[in-house]
Write a protein that binds this ligand. Structure first.
Ligand code: GTP
Length: 610
């Protein structure tokens, strides 16, 4: 397959606009799968229960298909991208292997926050963009209005917009033609030195790491010895081929092609997304813009039963083989025992990982409150990154003569698209979450009924504020209409403090938080209240306190026990109470002692999973 007949493209869209459905239709139309076969969508969903439950794609899927046009047989490589803000990093790197992208917009929903962010990423990479309006079969579809929105937001000529229904298949043939006609073929000379770009990887128990690579120049064959530009490690190619849509071995991969490569790579940590590979002895310049994945949310993960630690650690290790973007280290807490500290791309990523641990490994886990990575500037001029409240300096460290000078927190540039009538509710939400630099513009299109026009709002927000319940609030306060996206905007100096919680005067390490000074009191009170509800009464009175340094900012006192074993359980379901009674003996064994207070692991579970 010479370059001229190859097209590498991606489908980019806001979540739920129909990416997987369109991918399935394209595979069907080109005969890659039959109607009876399950499409990629279904296959992916079958693989991950969590995706089925949440209706989102977590892992990108890539597939090749063939299509004949005017007597020429074209090889079309679809590089799929996941559809959630946490994974925007994956979107960017998948696009590096493409020359074009289908910008898919739901004709009943219009342009949404992620439509805009993915459009900009694709534009930056210089890709040809094919605008496609989906779901025109829906009665609520407004293809003309949305085409105009695309013109005013993206400068797209309405005449270029293809209107389709991925569900019924209407117009999808036109999409195939546009891919061939509008997207330029990849460049790349088979005679130049080998240059292969790694854009995705997965792990196979028997064959080790399977990489997805895009060949920029040269030809890659079985038996070739290749090396990584990043690590300089060498490998031998044992198997390669295209995804059609599952792995189909071929003799070689030529310039412009994308395919899978198995190459004696044992550890998934060796497969750096964005890395460039060359033939041993023929080094090349790496592809620009290589950035290793960056964890932005950290949390401690502990087994509900502390005897299960080794089993949990093993499950986490196995799961992280299939999800390389998770960082794993061990940590110990005096309250929760042995655990792991994990770093995630975002909170959704964290939820997905937790759910997979529970579904696939049957693990019951306690996850501590999420923390973002803070930069601590020291007086000696050094900077350290702190992603665990335990390591955060105490107020005394900031006093004159202390070692710490200031703290910087990660911030993001957020965009929200929302119908006008929710504008003030969104503004309030942004300010509640320490937002600054609020700006907005109307997305109203001439001719659209006035009043239901939408507004694009942008603001700078601390990352710590959006890793909590921001997204849930955004959805509920806009009746589900607001869409949200964000990008990294660096760090800003902020007045952050370490908050500790004391039981009977002793700090509980697993509960420490890093909070902004302005919010300390409210947060302290609400956590003390939560603790009050989950801690079982004991034979003596227990003061529950929130403190910053030596200063107590909230307090409640739990009175001494009555002779009722379920007294400590708040509003628990009947089954839970029953289980508690049955397990009473067992849970005694699991009790942790903090300042003479017996704490069942279950209390932490209740506290941290609410
Ligand atoms: P993510 O993978 O989470 O990014 O979602 P997606 O963009 O892949 O969306 P998906 O293909 O899963 O479609 C979302 C929903 O829209 C599904 O319920 C589809 O059945 C539905 N859908 C997709 N295309 C059409 C269409 O043309 N018409 C109608 N009526 N529904 C559609």
């Amino acid at each position: 397959y010479p370059c001229e007949v190859i097209r590498n493209f991606s489908i980019i869209a806001h979540i739920d606009h129909g990416k997987s459905t369109l991918a399935d239709r394209l595979l069907e139309l080109t005969g890659t799968i039959t109607k009876q076969e399950k499409g990629l969508n279904q296959q992916v969903l079958d693989k991950l229960k969590v995706e089925r439950e949440r209706g989102i794609t977590v892992k990108a899927q890539t597939a090749s298909m063939f299509h004949e046009k005017s007597g020429t047989r074209y090889l079309l490589n679809l590089i799929d991208t996941p559809g959630h803000v946490d994974f925007s990093w994956e979107v960017a790197r998948s696009l590096a292997a493409c020359q074009g992208a289908l910008l898919l917009v739901d004709a009943s929903q219009g342009v949404q926050a992620q439509s805009i962010s993915v459009f900009h990423v694709a534009k930056e990479k210089g890709l040809t963009i094919i605008p496609v309006l989906n779901k025109i079969d829906l009665p609520a579809a407004q293809p003309e209005v949305v085409a105009q929105q695309m013109e005013s937001t993206f400068g797209i000529n309405p005449a270029d917009v293809i209107k389709i229904s991925a569900k019924t298949g209407k117009g999808v043939e036109q999409v195939l033609h546009a891919i061939i006609e509008r997207i330029p073929p990849p460049a790349g000379n088979p005679l130049d030195p080998l240059k292969a770009f790694l854009f995705d990887s997965s792990y196979d128990r028997y064959r080790g790491v399977i990489s997805l690579m895009s060949i920029q120049s040269g030809v890659l064959r079985k038996g070739d010895k290749i090396a990584s530009c990043f690590t300089r490690k060498k490998y031998e190619v044992t198997e390669l081929g295209i995804m059609y849509p599952e792995e189909v071995p071929t003799d070689c991969l030529r310039p412009g092609q994308v395919g899978f490569v198995a190459c004696s790579m044992k550890e998934s940590s060796e497969a750096h997304i964005g890395d460039t590979f060359y033939r041993v002895g023929q080094p090349v310049d790496p592809m620009p813009g290589f950035k290793p994945a960056k964890a932005m949310v950290y949390a401690g993960v502990y087994p509900v039963d502390s005897n299960d630690f080794l089993k949990l650690e093993e499950s986490i290790k196995r799961l992280s083989l299939t999800d390389r973007s998770v960082e794993v280290t061990r940590e110990t807490s005096s309250a929760l025992g042995q655990g792991c500290r994990l770093g995630f791309l975002g909170t959704l990523h964290m939820d997905v990982f937790r759910q997979r641990l529970e579904d696939e490994y049957n693990a019951d886990v306690i996850i501590t409150a999420p923390t973002v990575p803070y930069k601590v500037l020291h007086r000696d001029g050094k900077t350290s990154i702190v992603s665990n409240p335990t390591d955060f300096p105490d107020p005394a460290d900031f006093a004159s003569g202390g070692r710490a000078k200031a703290v910087q927190e990660p911030i993001v540039k957020a965009s929200i698209i929302v119908p006008e009538k929710y504008f003030s509710a969104m503004m309030e939400l942004v300010f509640e979450h320490r937002g600054t630099d609020l700006d907005w513009q109307s997305l109203e299109v001439a001719g659209e009924a006035s009043g239901d026009g939408r507004v694009l709002m942008t603001a700078t927000l601390p990352l710590a504020e959006i890793v909590t319940d921001f997204f849930d609030k955004l959805k509920s306060r806009s009746s589900g209409f607001a869409s949200f996206d964000y990008e990294d905007a660096g760090y800003q100096t902020s007045d952050m403090r370490k908050m500790t919680f004391l039981l009977n005067g002793k700090p509980v390490d697993a509960l420490a938080l890093i909070v902004h000074a302005d919010k300390a009191e409210a947060i302290g009170r609400s956590w003390v209240e939560k603790l009050f509800k989950v801690i079982p009464r004991q034979l003596f009175e227990i003061p529950i306190q929130a403190a910053i340094g030596g200063k107590i900012i909230a307090r409640r006192t739990l009175s001494a026990m009555r002779a009722d074993v379920t007294a400590g359980l708040y509003g628990g379901h009947y089954e839970r109470k029953l289980k508690h009674l049955n397990n009473q003996k067992e849970s005694k064994r699991k009790m942790k002692r903090v300042g003479k207070v017996d704490l069942p692991q279950e209390a932490f579970y209740d506290l941290l999973s609410k």
